[in-house]
Design a protein around this ligand. Structure first.
Ligand code: GDG
Length: 731
């Protein structure tokens, strides 16, 4: 039976020691644990993670393992040093601040990076040991960014999903991490990568484009070996569970108790883990401003502030704790009366029924993080409001703000706005409260945790199907074998080989793509057999091709089919062509060069090409679109063709392409075997020209685009391997 293995740094159960030193088990706090708590016990599912406590004896480890495995959990034990370097260090002092835009707090220490790698490897060992071939592995969050890549190496066919619970920062921030490429490559080991919002996903894709030079098309990033699906999945909560608890006798009784104690105070509620990203100190200052500006609220309103202890071994968290203590003391000191304390502050964690009672009680929930991947507290408050009375004040920088548009949305750094919005919330007519709450509940109820898990799992399965579809195009062993046999039996074999991106990989500078010795040797050996007729079919100019490959016994099609050269003959033009259009077109392209750093114009005999491979990828793409529209408009009716190539835009005479040229060879040679290989849109003309021939094999390099080719291979290395295979078949 297939299972889901959930993998995250922390398990949903926390192991700790009581004052007597005995081990005790309790539920973990935090969004991930509460979010997936209802899922992992289904069927044979298992949750793999650290139990949150250093254990110094094998007996304790054994006890904990027994207890946890009985409840669908598989512990990964960490040493004290690993907790320090991997967890407190790289995870919480490098990744957490960087991903939440607190770059000033980020530490970049090689030894904590090494620990991060080592612990990810440790998780990999446990998961690889546990996973069966039909299992689905779902890795969670920033502590395990390398794990999908490591698992992929060990289990190449595994189904691996990854979800990031915190924001993915803009490229400008992300690139400050010295190990940024390893982190991206680690993530791309998954089949599906999920983020809370479209914004985070966009940032990730932009980093992948800029740092790994990969692009996303149709929702997929093609890594060269696999297509990885990237999508946004805003995480929900277990709505019914929160609504049920809110309706429970316990929650009602507790609410009643609190109400008695607070009498008729209006209640503003704030609940967070202790974290500088949550904007707790800023919130206190905004509350102070509210009291200052609205004396009519004195004795009328109480801020109930729960801060759940978290990561208190990390220096910034200790400093934050002190700042909060000091602020609460100061504000209460200034405003309190014998019968009224403006802030009731609790630094500990509470059972869920008490949280629920507080959600019920609160008139206003104040959720004002500086950055927050999603924020589940906001959603839990909404689900607990059975009478639909109450107002949510929500930071625009929480992922939840993308969905919860009926909340009062604020900018958390704008203290005045926060204070005045609190006032608005406290004085909002009941009717409006209910209207807004209805809208919020409809969303939180519909996009709940079950819908989230189902959607993620569906997309993960779909990503596998999509890969499968692409894979059927791949030249598999069977097709390769068949091709070898046809090749062996043929006497007039035509090999139409594109150059850039097919025989040679791309380089930022096209002048640097001289053939290496290995390639020359390979081509020379192919040409040595009189039955083989090799045609290098390229967009490049005549001079370069002749200089680089002229001494070989090959034919050439240059400049996408304008110039032809047969062995031992001179260059001839495929048909008489005009060139006068260049005078008008060149200045237009020059304008794009001036506006787009890193781009340049290449002048060929009968074509002009704008290259933007070295430009900023987003800017380049946008300018290419503009240029295509611009040139297509100008070129209408003038016999010109505008081509959108691989990081190039090319203008040339219409009716001349690689396909027309290739067809000429087919006609003259009447081959009994044809192999056409290319990677670019311009090669599609060649594929089309041979599509009808039974004896033709057309092969596209790369799997990211639909193609007229019958088969595809992944990269230039595969092409060379294939050609070498043809040679070997002869021996
Ligand atoms: C990360 C991302 C993202 C809090 N105090 C107590 C308690 N809690 C529970 C809440 C809520 C959870 O902890 C906190 O979740 P958040 O989403 O608000 O924040 P993070 O822990 O930072 O979670 C976050 C989340 O992952 C999921 O992807 O939303 O953006 O930072 O469920 O109810 N639970 C109990 N006692 C407490 O005292 N029982």
């Amino acid at each position: 039976m297939s299972r889901t293995l959930i993998v995250s740094n922390r398990l949903p159960t926390k192991v700790s020691r009581n004052p007597e030193g005995e081990l005790q088990f309790s539920p973990s706090e935090g969004g991930l644990a509460t979010g997936l708590g209802s899922i992992y016990r289904r069927g044979e599912n298992v949750w793999v993670g650290w139990p949150g406590q250093y254990l110094d004896s094998p007996e304790d480890e054994q006890r904990v393992t027994e207890q946890l495995t009985a409840d669908h959990m598989q512990p990964v034990f960490l040493t004290e040093q690993e907790i320090k370097d991997f967890y407190e260090g790289f995870s919480n002092e490098t990744l957490w601040p960087t991903f939440h835009y607190f770059a000033q707090y980020a530490q970049f220490e090689p030894h904590t990076w090494e620990a991060y790698e080592a612990v990810n490897r440790k998780f990999c060992d446990v998961v690889a040991e546990l996973a069966g071939p039909d299992d689905t592995i779902w890795v969670h969050d920033y502590q395990l960014l390398l794990l999908p890549g490591m698992l992929r190496e060990r289990l190449p066919d595994a189904t691996i999903g990854f979800f990031l619970h915190i924001p993915f920062p803009s490229y400008e921030i992300f690139r400050s991490i010295p190990w940024r490429t390893q982190l991206l490559e680690g993530m791309l080991g998954a089949d599906l990568l999920g983020f809370h919002t479209y914004g985070y996903m966009r940032h990730f894709v932009s980093s992948v484009e800029r740092l790994l030079n990969l692009t996303r098309r149709d929702g997929l990033v093609e890594t060269g070996t696999r297509a990885v699906m990237i999508d946004a999945f805003p995480m929900g909560i277990d709505y019914d569970k929160y609504a049920e608890i809110a309706a429970s006798e316990d929650a009602r009784r507790l609410e009643h108790e609190y109400r008695e104690a607070l009498q008729d105070q209006r209640v503003v509620l704030s609940i967070d883990r202790l974290d500088y990203t949550k904007g707790i100190a800023q919130r206190l200052r905004a509350f102070e401003l509210l009291l200052k500006r609205h004396p009519e609220l004195h004795n009328q309103v109480t801020l109930l502030m729960l801060v759940v202890p978290s990561r208190d071994q990390v220096a910034q968290y200790q400093a934050l704790k002190e700042e909060i203590d000091e602020l609460v003391g100061r504000i209460n000191g200034q405003y309190r009366t014998i019968s009224w304390s403006p802030i009731q502050y609790f630094y500990r964690s509470y059972p869920i029924e008490e949280l629920s009672a507080l959600y019920r009680l609160a008139d206003v929930a104040l959720v004002t993080p500086m950055r927050d991947g999603m924020n589940l507290v906001a959603k839990e408050f909404v689900a607990s409001k059975l009478d639909q009375k109450g107002v949510l004040v929500l930071s625009e920088r929480a992922g939840a703000a993308r969905e919860l548009s009926d909340a009062l949305i604020i900018n958390p750094t704008d203290m005045e706005q926060v204070a005045e919005t609190m006032f608005e919330a406290l004085t909002m007519p009941e009717e409006e409260q209910q209207q807004r709450m209805q809208g919020l509940q409809a969303i939180v109820q519909r996009y709940n945790i079950h819908a989230w898990v189902e959607l993620f799992m569906d997309r993960l399965a779909y990503s596998k199907i999509k890969q499968e579809v692409l894979r059927t195009d791949l030249l598999d062993n069977h097709a390769r074998q068949e091709m070898m046999e046809k090749f062996q039996h043929a006497n007039r074999r035509l090999l139409l080989l594109d150059y850039d991106g097919t025989l040679m990989s791309f380089h930022a500078n096209p002048k640097q793509v001289r053939p290496d010795e290995q390639l020359r040797q390979l081509l020379a050996e192919l040409c040595a057999d009189a039955r083989n007729h090799v045609v290098i079919i390229s967009g490049r100019d005549r001079e370069t091709l002749a200089e680089w490959l002229g001494e070989l016994n090959v034919d050439f099609i240059a400049e996408h089919g304008i110039w032809l050269r047969r062995r031992g003959e001179d260059w001839t033009m495929i048909q008489p062509l005009r060139n006068d259009w260049k005078t008008d077109i060149r200045p237009i392209i020059e304008q794009y060069v001036s506006r787009t750093a890193g781009s340049f114009v290449e002048e060929k005999d009968y074509a002009l090409v704008w290259h933007y491979r070295r430009s900023d990828p987003d800017l380049g793409r946008e300018r290419a679109q503009d240029l295509l529209t611009h040139l297509t408009f100008i070129g209408q009716g003038s016999g010109l063709l505008v081509l959108d190539g691989n990081k190039v835009v090319e203008v040339k005479n219409a009716g001349v392409d690689k396909g027309t040229a290739a067809a000429r060879w087919v006609q003259e040679l009447q081959p009994d075997f044809v192999l056409a290989i290319g990677d670019d849109r311009t090669d599609e003309d060649t594929f089309r020209a041979v599509a009808e021939l039974d004896q033709a094999y057309s092969i596209k390099v790369g799997t990211e685009m639909r193609s007229f080719a019958k088969y595809s291979v992944r990269n230039t290395a595969d092409v060379r391997r294939l050609l070498r295979g043809l040679l070997a078949a002869e021996e």
